[in-house]
Design a protein around this ligand. Sequence first.
Ligand SMILES: [Mn+2]
Length: 135
Amino acid sequence: MKKVYHELFDEALAAYNAKKKKTRDKIPDYYEHIRQSKQEKLFHEAVFQIGNLTDCGCGSPEGERAAAALKEFAASFQERNPHLRVFNMVLHMDEATPHLHVDFVPVATEQSRGLSTRVSMKQALKQQGFEGLGR
Ligand SMILES: [Mn+2]
């Protein structure tokens, strides 16, 4: 996942640090910076499942249909979610019900605060059209 962080943020980090005069204001390692952040997480994992053990159990025809639908959903996930950078996606067929694990880093772009490209679940979702309405 460190590789993903380099791919995503190295350029914005260099620009951010270039603007900082004091060494203490620079961020030497963005991965480490986020790892220690109280606000953001290094990555998120979402699990998608259709039905349950009784109606879409592994090995049943319905379970096969659910798995096929999850595969289709998985194939277009990245394209549909440009601000959620997927680095791992796996379909599990070996437990009770077929389910899809999706691991991603939420990426906000064109930001005025902090790095211009940075980790932010809230801003990433906002840039995909999902905005929170208070609590
Ligand atoms: Mn699993």
